[in-house]
Design a protein around this ligand. Sequence first.
Ligand code: PEP
Ligand code: MN
Length: 464
Amino acid sequence: MTETPVHRESLPTLLSGAAATSASHPELDNWRSLPISQQPTWRNDPGYDAAIAELSMVPPLVFAGEVDVLRSRLAEAAQGRAFLLQGGDCAETFEAATADKISARVRTLLQMAVVLTYGASVPVIKMGRMAGQFAKPRSSNDETRNGVTLPAYRGDMVNGFDFTPESRRHDPARMVRAYHTSASTLNLIRAFTQGGFADLRLVHHWNKGFTSNPSHSRYESLAREIDRAVRFMDACGADFEALKRVEFFASHEALLLDYERALTRVDSRTGQPYDTSGHFLWIGERTRDLDSAHVDFLSRVRNPIGVKLGPTTSAEDALALIDRLDPNREPGRLTFITRMGARNIREKLPSLVEKVTASGAQVLWVTDPMHGNTVTSPNGYKTRNFDDVMDEVRGFFEVHDSLGTFPGGLHVEMTGDDVAECLGGADPVDQEAFVEGYESVCDPRLNHMQSLEMAFLVAGALSR
Ligand code: PEP
Ligand code: MN
């Protein structure tokens, strides 16, 4: 028997280790000398070096080739030929990384995507705020309860939610656990979306549970139209085999640069650095200063990058971010995720979009209708009104409509579970329900039904 020769050099290997990448790409460490905010205080912790060393050697969570595919999909969206649906928890937790919760979230996103695909008549790019969304920026370093002050919770990658000194300690070993939890989450997502469990007909069938609820009767006609379209495809002999597999991408806020840097690898095909912690990474509203460590680091990896833009963003800020993050004006490279608040969007967004468009840059515009609409309920919970969220989405579409630009996507905090965290919806959640049903350790998420309702409302607006 002849042995098949293995051409090692031709395998798409990835160089491992911070040392190797630092030698070939010293610019990846430039951020270390720049102003940086929202980082844990753990540099002198005895476990810090071991955690970084381990993360520098582990296999990548995502592959460079997949990241390139995503960039090309986002380029389509930036040019009006696809729509991005990005959703998931505000903060994932280790404890909630269970098969049930992960698959419920993926199922809900797929259900939303089917409805949106029909409404938008373009492919929907499906992306989770999942498999890495473990670090949170906070408005205060500390939290005080009943006269006791402890470090604020910064996400499971940094410390625990329990209000004790031990749990709130910044522990670098948590980065390694975040990596492994991301790996198992991604493994389940890949199995679920590649293994035939996401068949279009099945996803469509799940949606019937939503419209059979009498509170959702107003969505019945759209649901019937989708049903007819699916049956039409079936009758025409559409290749449902091909529709059994869906592309699903992972994203998170690239907040902890220790973690992001340690997971950055050089792609052997191109010699370019990729942050292999997720396909898509975004810079938050609080860390997007032009001369900050975050903007510098993310300008140097090949992943598609998002930036959150709040109501105080000037057009000059946006143009300068484009120059730093997308100097080659590459469609798909840069996504602006606006989070203006329902009260501001119609006033603030037009000049940003106008000036960016006039500059010739081709960014993808996505709305995050959650973060500008956070309020405290009378009984003391951090919440959002479904109507405010939808009003911001409508404002986003109106602005792009009036400017002739493309409203390219939706970024939402949502879950597949029946939680009570956001107020309202057709089957309304009220504040009394928070006492039993509020599970989020950070911001309030749309529950399963509210997420589907949003998809139906957006699809209705898109197909008009
Ligand atoms: C978030 O997406 O959870 C978040 C903190 O957003 P922003 O940076 O826009 O406040
Ligand atoms: Mn949030």
